[in-house]
Design a protein around this ligand. Sequence first.
Ligand code: PEP
Ligand code: MN
Length: 336
Amino acid sequence: MVVILKQDPSQKKVEELLAWLEKFGVKINIVKGTQTTILGLVGDTSKIDIDNIRARDIVEKVQRVQEPYKNTNRKFHPDDTVIDVNGEKIGAGNFKVIAGPCSVENAEQIVSVAKSVKASGANFLRGGAFKPRTSPYAFQGLRAEGIDLLIEARKQTGLPIVTEIMSLSHIDMFSDVDIIQVGARNMQNFELLKELGKCNKPILLKRGLANTLEEFLMSAEYIFAGGNSKVILCERGIRTFETMTRNTLDISAVPLLKKISHLPVVVDPSHATGLTYLVKPLSLASIAAGADALIIEVHNDPKNALSDGAQSLTPEDFDNVMTDIKAISGFMGKTL
Ligand code: PEP
Ligand code: MN
């Protein structure tokens, strides 16, 4: 971090700043010019609040030289992280497909979708039990019963389950879930992230609707800071001015995240587009861009789905998409 001081700063205030910075254990190199003084901070500056420095009237400008995310940064962990769920590995050349309905609706629906996606080659079953809906009058999910039904579907198919947590107070209900999802709307629910940092389960963290990649990695950093390093990053489209798709898939986020972080990256082409016919091309593009996994919505009866029917593939369509997913992932040298 580099701090540029204003001309002729109050010596007392400079000393106060230096004393405050020293508390973080960083080495401070002071370069005094005729006009300005520059402080070069060397060491771990991740815990220093940059706004505290900016707010001081002796400071002209502060610049970070290193990224504020440390644990999730590839610079400090060059090897790809592999998430292993009972032998199902994600990352470092291991490619996986997570599939299932937007919401768990009833036993018959979730079990039949689980069986068909498994037959097509999916590795994980997704399904929302707690649903973050824009309208309070829309279907809110089966809640605890939804989790029980996912567990039943896992029992019948062997597919590990992925489902979204929306509140800190629900954490005990997730003790038998294989991967806990944090939805886009909760990416910056820091209290929730702190609590998930204390649990020993893989967390599928979705990028917020309007969050930068740095903010995304800082949220992952929260989970790491609590002691949990099993984080999977999910690009699910961001808000742009475009209205023809539900969101805009930020495809460049995939190779970019893979370059700056060691964490596996999963793409959600269903929420990114909101349209079934875009799921296949964007799935294939995501694999070509380096994704480690896909999460795709599949429903046995999309027209009557209680949520996200317009973006849900039928089991037959999913089977067709899987054929190409297998081909492209094989071409990319990934093991599916
Ligand atoms: C979901 O996966 O069902 C979901 C609500 O996704 P997102 O948080 O990305 O909108
Ligand atoms: Mn959905």
